[in-house]
Design a protein around this ligand. Sequence first.
Ligand code: ADP
Length: 621
Amino acid sequence: MTVQVRQGREWGSAPLLTYGFALLVTLGALLLQLSVYAYIRTTPFVLFFGAVMLSGWKGGWGPGLLSTGLSALVADYFFLPPRYAFSVRPEERLSVLLFIVIATLITRLNVRERAARAEAEVERARLRDLFMNAPAIIAIHRGPEHVYEFSNHRNTQLLGNRELLGKPVRQAQPELEGQGFYELLDRVYRTGETYTGTEAPANVGSPEQPRTGYFNFVYQPLLGPDGRPEGVLVFGFEVTEQVQSRRRLEDTERRLAAITRNATLGLFMMDARQHCVFMNPAAEKITGFTLAEVQGGPLHDFIHHTRPDGTPYPMWECPIDRALPTRAQEQGEDVFIRKDGGFYPVAFTASPIIEEGRAVGTVIELKDTTEDMRREAEREHLLTELTEAVRLRDEFLSVASHELNTPLTPLSLRLQALARLTDVEPGSPLAARLGREVEEMRRQVKRLAALVRDLLDVSRISTGRLTLQLEEVDLAEVSREVLARFNLEAERAESRLSLHVEGPVVGQWDRLRLEQVLVNLLSNALKYGAGKPVQVRVEQAEDRARLVVRDEGIGIPPEALGRIFDRFERAVSERNYGGLGLGLYVTRQVIDAMGGRVTAQSTPGQGALFIVELPRQTSKR
Ligand code: ADP
């Protein structure tokens, strides 16, 4: 909206027009005077005063004086005796002079009145200009319908530069419906009472881009001459940004308060004098003090003043109070003293607060570690107990395996002797009966011996007593021998046992240990092989030897593959398959000791594959 301010310059101020007007009215006065002269002869100047007055009123000094001079001339010429001549009789000179003086005075009055009028006009325009450009929202509504009579730039812009003037407010700002503003305007108009609103939300903006803003405003009644409201002046400021940033601040504050209120860590803030200015509930709970109670001096003097041995703890020795002057974060553990005098262990972090390059305070995070320490002690106690239990178990294992092993050698010797005895008379019924029994007994004793050996090995391994006797060994040959020993067992398990070797695979190994590995892997393959074929393959790949044992049995679940090489670990139920879960453990330890590695692969239900890889030159460990 553009403002047109009338600056007191009207058509009447153009010189040509005002002088012309002066001429015209003077001429008019002359004509009128001529027409009435027949009836009124006494005062020929009366009508000319009127012309002078009009000319001066319209055009100021110039036209006023022009009209005065002209009037004097024509009055003299037409009406003063001698008529139709410019000469004046001495007795008329005074009245001419008087006319001129009075006319000049009239013009002077007119000029003054004009100046006053112009000045008022300028003042009004200035005021209007001020309102128009004011950085506030200003509008004037007239009448009970609150018709827009005035809207300054701010207000018009706020409403998307829409057309407002001449429209009732309900039509000009329909989006205010339901927000209570119409009703407020009605009330102010009706009662004549001023209304002040703060941070009131209002729908503003253009119809295409509506938005909600917040406003501080005043509805001021405009009173008419009779003291009754004629309209309402609206004066306001938009405070949307302030409201929004305050709300953001309040939000942040609320969140911060929720965090500190619910934190389990004790949180403190100290000012530059090391006085406490903030404590969260956890901090109050830990120390036993409220914030008010610790505000009289440095925080140190309340919660950290004495060492557990009763000696004073000076503030300058306290790492927490050091964070501020050194501007470095301090972390550590210490013992604090509660309000009731009890000591408690803590873990703390003290961080200096640096604002604009100045250290202004410290934030302290504090954890009462009493419970942690108790748990730690408990854990340590358990660990000691556990270590002791393991030591006892290993000791028992070692003693038990030795004790179990001692009678085994004479037992198998006796059985050998018994077997030889039956061989003397192979055909006799005694030999037939005893021979089978003795064979079975020897088999069981062999199994027992293998179990006891595994047990012995476990105790050797756990005490680091596993030793290797390295010599030149042909793995192919060892495999052939061991497999031959397994023929009977394979038969019993109804499995076909086959060996694939391409030639000798020689290396520096412990022969008996290699045999043991093969025995373990083969026993497992037959045990878990479900009566399906078992294949053993021995290969040489450059400086390494490979031994592969494959069966087509029950297989191993994937999650068990990683642990079956550990002590006592098994992937089958005790009820279906007996065993101690030590064979693979000993196997891995032995292979490790010879610098090799053993791995297992399996598809459950389809069998298992064990691969042993050994360097041919063992560097003895
Ligand atoms: P044990 O056979 O005495 O249980 P091992 O240490 O020899 O102990 O084997 C550990 C476990 O690994 C076995 O209990 C079994 O679950 C699994 N396992 C070993 N070899 C095989 C195999 N060839 N097929 C299926 N499972 C096997």
